[in-house]
Write a protein that binds this ligand. Structure first.
Ligand SMILES: *Cc1c(COP(=O)(O)O)cnc(C)c1O
Length: 390
């Protein structure tokens, strides 16, 4: 399968299958696979199809277009939109069997005006402390009346109820207490609902960090696995109860190799000056690919299994590295993320140079970068959103 070997992502679908097995072995609940943001930059088509092959029946996305894309790929399971959908899409959601999160009474009242004879599937979102979207339920607010109103509305088919943790990825004492408080608040609402003889089949709270660090509440029927499914950890404060493998590596091509003397100043702003004779190589990757400018003069790249420092600024499409003493020529591959002869560069390592988290880096890999899918040692597909003439 052909693709432009400039900068590309290799996505290992066997590792996705492995991670799902691992997750299923520790979570005795159904999994919602969170495939929002183009499956955290990994590409939603092949990721969601592989998940479907693994028996995943529940998918979560951030918006209507993502949900519709999944249907166009042939995803048959339940699809839940976690965020706001403008009312104009309600009819299409019903047609495509897509579930919407109802998180506020004004929104519920708006949306129900657009529902005719067939009900909209919904999940009710409870705000137990994240303070983003959801009906507030805490020591000062009681969400029961709102839940009953949604349940009693003949336009909605209430499938589920859920909340979201803000700090499940931290071992800080106050954060642990806060997560427990969020669970207590949610559980107290579940008790009130039960007392009213209301049954809501799907109950979910845990994100990746919640799945690993707070895996003991059996009232929850489902859990929402995001970053961990892609083999990345939500943070360093994660119990060692699961072993997952990253799916993603990023490769780039060496465009030029040259020898320079002392006092050559490299790239925009001349932020690196050579201290003596050295060999440098120019890579075909830059910040337009998602390789952040903050990595300038800091991050490293693997060439022949050796760590090579970035020299000067990362440009839009090109980056210069130090390859002194390394046997390398035009057309060779350099590893930006992943393994090379025993050495390894992680997404977390790169994210740290930008004071950010692995989530943001993978979401930022641009559509200019082809995603190449590997299964059982074979390339089974390539998605290149930068090609407009297919
Ligand atoms: C993104 C998201 C998730 C997944 O979070 P991870 O930390 O990647 O597991 C779960 N629930 C909601 C509501 C989300 O927005």
């Amino acid at each position: 399968m052909n693709y432009l070997k400039r900068t590309w992502c290799d996505i290992d679908l066997n590792n996705l299958k492995y991670n799902i097995q691992q997750l299923k072995s520790i979570v005795n609940k159904e999994l919602f696979a969170v495939v929002k943001a183009n499956a955290y930059g990994h590409g939603d088509e092949f990721i969601s199809k592989t998940l479907q092959d693994c028996g995943i029946n529940y998918f979560a996305v951030s918006n209507y277009n993502e949900a519709k894309n999944l249907r166009s790929f042939g995803i048959k399971g339940e699809i839940l939109i976690l965020g706001h959908t403008p009312t104009q899409y309600v009819e299409d959601m019903i047609k495509e069997n897509i579930s919407q999160t109802i998180y506020d009474m004004d929104y519920a009242n708006d949306i129900k005006k657009y529902i005719n004879d067939k009900k909209l599937k919904v999940h009710i979102k409870i705000d137990t402390g994240m303070c983003r979207i959801g009906f507030l339920h805490d020591e000062k607010n009681n969400a029961l009346a709102s839940v009953k109103q949604i349940i009693n509305c003949d336009k909605f088919n209430v499938q589920g109820i859920f909340t979201h943790f803000s700090s499940a990825d931290s071992f800080d004492n106050l954060d642990i207490q806060f997560t427990k408080k969020q669970m207590d608040r949610f559980d107290s609402l579940l008790d009130l609902i039960k007392k009213e003889n209301i049954f809501i089949p799907i109950v979910h709270t845990q994100n990746s960090a919640g799945i690993i660090n707070y895996n003991n509440n059996y009232r929850y029927t489902h859990a929402r696995a995001g970053v961990i499914m892609y083999g990345l950890k939500p943070s360093d404060d994660i119990k060692e109860t699961i072993n997952v493998k990253p799916l993603l590596s990023i490769k780039t091509t060496i465009a030029m190799v040259k020898e320079i003397d002392k006092d050559y100043e490299i790239c925009y702003g001349r932020t690196y000056k050579s201290k003596g004779k050295m060999k440098v190589a120019t890579l075909t990757i830059g910040y337009a690919d998602g390789y952040c400018r903050a990595f300038s003069n800091r991050a490293e790249v693997l060439v022949n299994g050796v760590r090579c420092k970035i020299l000067g600024r990362v440009c839009m499409d090109q980056t210069v590295i130090d390859v002194s003493g390394i046997d390398v020529k035009i057309g060779d591959t350099a590893v930006i993320v992943g393994y090379d002869k025993g050495e390894h560069i992680t997404v977390d390592e790169l994210a740290s140079f930008n004071d950010t988290i692995n989530y943001e880096f993978v979401c930022g890999i641009s559509c200019r970068v082809p995603r190449v899918y590997h299964l059982d040692q074979k390339i089974i597909g390539v998605v290149d959103d930068s090609v407009k003439y297919q």
